[in-house]
Design a protein around this ligand. Structure first.
Ligand code: DX5
Ligand code: ZN
Length: 217
């Protein structure tokens, strides 16, 4: 299980996005949080910014859509240059159709679960996905405290993935830091989003290396 570290530009300086993206070269993916002020009570950026970012960095973009109507919008993020697009199952009308559409357009298809959304009802959908995102905070803001109560869900999801022999990546997002990443890795996560723990550090690239080292231990 290869460890991947995805810095979240939500904690970066939005006036200097290209430089902030370059500051974490060496990371596996750049995590881009799209918020619409409806699905979550915050507003960030949309398709035009993703298009510009895709041109500004060689690091592939992992777009996390915290928006209503992802069935309508997610394909546009693939066209904008995202290599992976995550929609929330709570907002999607037809998650299977949407995952197939994202894949058909050439990106990795990923589905996210809010903390109160259980994984079990989606067991049969897992083969349609390239990644499952388990939120470890309520989505909407960076810098929140990690929800320990999500560890059993991470463990159960890893068991489902293994039971079905799937290649699906298991991502965690929210409060991932030097003090929580080992617990996430131990529970079975292999893709780690970190916003404040990377961009709040003196040297973001070094923070990525340190988190990777901890997750691999
Ligand atoms: C929260 C976002 C996260 C956020 C994580 O809704 O989905 O990606 O940037 O930030 P930290 O790592 O600071 O919790
Ligand atoms: Zn995110």
């Amino acid at each position: 299980m290869a460890v991947q570290i995805n810095p979240s530009i939500l904690s970066a300086d939005f006036a200097r996005l290209a430089d902030e993206a370059k500051a974490v070269e060496g990371a596996d993916w750049l995590h881009v949080d799209v918020m619409d002020n409806h699905f979550v009570p915050n507003l960030t950026l949309g398709v035009p910014v993703v298009e510009s970012l895709a041109r500004a960095t060689d690091t592939p973009l992992d777009c996390h859509l915290m928006i209503e109507a992802p069935d309508r919008w997610a394909p546009q993020y693939v066209e904008a240059g995202a290599g992976s697009v995550t929609f929330h199952v709570e907002a999607a009308t037809a998650p299977v159709r949407l995952a197939r559409e994202i894949r058909a357009k050439g990106a990795r298809a990923s589905m996210a679960l809010r903390p109160a959304t259980p994984v079990e009802p989606y067991e049969d959908l897992l083969p349609e996905l390239d990644m499952l995102l388990i939120m470890t905070v309520e989505p909407g803001f960076g810098g929140q405290a990690f929800l320990d109560i999500m560890l059993p869900k991470i463990r159960r999801t890893r068991e489902l993935i293994n039971k079905h022999g799937l290649q699906l990546w298991l991502q965690v997002d929210g409060g991932v830091s030097a003090s929580t990443i080992e617990r996430c890795a131990d529970a079975g996560a292999d893709v780690f989003v970190a916003g404040s723990a990377v961009y709040g550090a003196e040297d973001p690239a070094e923070a990525v290396r340190a988190l990777r080292h901890q997750a691999e231990a």
